[in-house]
Design a protein around this ligand. Structure first.
Ligand code: GLU
Length: 273
């Protein structure tokens, strides 16, 4: 980001459950960074999971963010209303031979899983079973999953504002990943990159569990000729036993803490910098 550019940050919650302390810590950092830089903070509702996204969680999240004292610039951007943008980007990838259809079932994918990583929700590296040998442009069919062809062996490097130098190798740290789903929706990775560019985001603040997603998204940005963004990954909040708070949803939901009589100052003290 250049010195004269206005800082534009974003909060990008998924309305699939109640906001908990782990999320709130990241959102609080995003809010503080925008404030300190006299920037703006946009809110994006990442509601592209039709099975799990619920309006009651959107309402709860708005209430909880406001209760925590986090302010954003209205109006909220809702991903399910922007499908045309994602589809356009996906069709460009397809026309350039950078995406291909994948017919692997969930069960097949599960079988390909190597030892699960201990402390990350990241998906296993795709085996390449459906990857075509040539990069000829593919046509689009409804009802099919599509993957992005990562440049095998290429190292994606970026300097995280908080965590310093990061290097991830395509094909080793992550494999070909979904960009379009057979239910007619974009993947998180694609929607996120398209929106961060369209919203003019200058810095993405997100949890360190998404570091490899950032590497994937940098590849998508390049493939779509979108501008680069700065990244600030927050360290994951853990309890006294070292368990990630994000893993303990209910007990640490912001509204549960509030119902137990905690004040917003008490909750903020759990993650204040
Ligand atoms: N919606 C994502 C989540 O709640 C965060 C996405 C992001 O920061 O890019 O985990």
């Amino acid at each position: 980001m250049s010195a004269h550019q206005q800082y534009v940050g974003r909060l990008a919650p998924s309305p699939t459950g109640l906001l908990h302390v782990g999320h709130a810590a990241t959102f609080w950092t995003a809010y503080q960074r925008a404030q300190e830089r006299h920037g703006i903070l946009l809110l994006r509702d990442e509601d592209l999971d039709p099975q799990r996204s619920k309006q009651e969680f959107v309402d709860a999240m708005l209430e909880d963010l406001a209760w925590l004292g986090i302010e954003w610039t209205a109006p909220m951007i809702v991903q399910s209303k922007r499908l045309i943008l994602y589809r356009e980007a996906f069709l460009r990838l397809l026309a350039e031979g950078l995406a291909y259809p994948c017919s692997c079932s969930r069960r097949e994918l599960a079988r390909m899983v190597a030892a699960p990583h201990e402390d990350t929700d990241d998906e296993p590296v795709y085996s390449g079973r459906c990857r075509p040998t040539t990069t000829a442009a593919r046509t689009f069919s409804e009802g099919v999953n599509y993957r992005f062809r990562v440049p095998e062996g290429e190292t994606v490097s970026f300097t995280d504002v908080n965590m310093g130098a990061q290097n991830y190798t395509a094909g080793a740290d992550f494999g070909d990943f979904l960009v379009w789903r057979k239910d007619g929706l974009p993947s998180y990775q694609l929607a996120c990159v398209v929106d961060d560019a369209a919203m003019g985001i200058t810095e993405v603040v997100r949890g360190a569990d998404l570091l490899k997603s950032t590497a994937r998204q940098i590849l998508l940005q390049r493939a779509l000729s979108l501008g680069a963004v700065d990244y600030f990954h927050t360290r994951l909040v853990r309890d006294a036993d070292g368990v990630r708070l994000a893993k303990r949803h209910d007990a640490l939901a912001i509204r549960k803490l509030r119902e137990r009589g905690l004040r917003c100052e008490d909750v903020r003290a759990m993650f204040a910098r």
